[in-house]
Write a protein that binds this ligand. Structure first.
Ligand SMILES: *Cc1c(COP(=O)(O)O)cnc(C)c1O
Length: 370
């Protein structure tokens, strides 16, 4: 029998979330499925999102897999090509490439093909990650445009703070100034901008996280946005420990009981993708358990559908949950690490990270059920 850990990928939820995205925009939707579909599985996600107008990812081999699986949509390589051989494959499989740097224009200049390449020229509107600075856009545009191999050009940029109070106005204003003179398709919005800033939608929106059912905003829940979680990570309790006051749990003894406690050992650890940095010392309400100084734990978890919390430090293959208030729970109880009934954002927040990282980190050894 395999270990009881399992990830459940809900393709209906993915499809539902794409409908939610559609309900916010009339732009074409470029579903972002990089990082193995944010950890959900490339082809599994593409199948559920088959109504998308395009797919965006990084690896050319993944792009070819999609094409060979019969997807006829635009397939966009978000970092573009890395060498001349990539350019040939891009043409052969009719992929679309971002061009973000001069060295890529130089590779393009040396490429002999004709009339078959669609390019998304990337503008650095303030994030300073990829793209041409405003003063260089016209030159890059001309260089790409005059190449005999280039068919269509789209102008794109990416927001650094669309999910935050700061919003998008500085970058969006700059971008609009730059693209004004060009009559070409435009793409700017990630999930946060798709949901909050309709003026940024342009011709293509590029949602990622919302399709997987997580909110891009710290202060608005996925449920409030009408999104459904696509990934649920579940395991079971495989042992129970009774602790007396003073007993410590796990590596480093980072949690110490100050009374009688029941602790469940769960078959899930950092080698499954649960973050080791999950501990945070939370001040608790008076009268409840208080971790000792250096006490560790606190991330939320469901045991048989009831909310409790992690204790101690996560091991490679196991973690600890507090069963003191759940006397019915024991060996075999179902543990939900995140997903249905427990928003992944809440777990991520408690672990000092974001939902994206938890999804992407789901380990290959975790069996997936659809
Ligand atoms: C990852 C990514 C997106 C999607 O962002 P979300 O916040 O997941 O919606 C869009 N555009 C680019 C260029 C990206 O790298």
């Amino acid at each position: 029998m395999p270990r009881p850990i399992q990830a459940y990928i809900d393709q209906d939820a993915l499809e539902h979330n794409l409908h939610v995205a559609r309900s916010h925009t009339s732009a074409r939707i470029m579903a972002v499925i990089k990082a193995n579909g944010y950890g959900h599985g490339l082809l599994r996600v593409a199948e559920a999102l088959t109504a998308a107008d395009g797919f965006a990812l990084l690896d050319i081999q993944d792009a070819i897999r999609l094409r060979e699986a019969g997807y006829h949509q635009t397939i966009l390589l978000l970092e573009g090509f890395f060498d001349a051989a990539d350019l040939e494959q891009i043409a052969e499989y009719e992929l679309t490439s971002v061009i973000h740097s001069d060295w890529q224009i130089a590779l393009l200049d040396a490429y002999p093909g004709r009339g078959t390449l669609d390019v998304w020229l990337k503008i650095n509107s303030g994030m300073h990650r990829l793209g041409f600075t405003p003063d260089r856009v016209a030159g890059a545009m001309e260089a790409v445009r005059r190449h005999a191999a280039v068919r269509e050009i789209t102008l794109m940029s990416h927001f650094a703070t669309a999910d935050e109070a700061r919003g998008v106005s500085e970058q969006a204003d700059l971008y609009h100034d730059i693209v004004q003179g060009w009559r070409v398709p435009r793409s700017l919005a990630n999930s946060a901008a798709l949901l909050r800033y309709p003026a940024t939608h342009g011709d293509w929106v590029r949602p990622g996280i919302m399709l997987y059912g997580a909110s891009p905003f710290a202060e608005v829940s996925a449920q409030q946005l009408g999104l459904k979680p696509a990934m649920t990570l579940e395991s079971r309790i495989i042992a129970v420990q009774q602790l007396r006051s003073g007993d410590e749990i796990g590596y480093g003894g980072l949690f110490r009981a100050d009374r009688l406690m029941r602790v469940g050992i769960v078959a899930c650890g950092y080698a499954d993708g649960y973050p080791r940095q999950s501990g945070r010392v939370e001040p608790e309400a008076p009268g409840t358990h208080r971790p000792t100084p250096g006490g560790y734990g606190g991330a939320p978890v469901l045991v048989d559908g009831q909310k409790t919390r992690l204790l101690g430090r996560v091991s490679m293959d196991m973690l600890y949950v507090d069963l003191t208030a759940l006397p019915q729970a024991g060996v075999g109880s179902v543990v939900t690490l995140w997903g249905e009934g427990l928003p992944i954002e809440d777990v991520a927040h408690a672990c000092g990270t974001i939902s994206y990282e938890l999804m992407c980190a789901l380990a290959a050894r975790v069996p997936v059920r659809v």
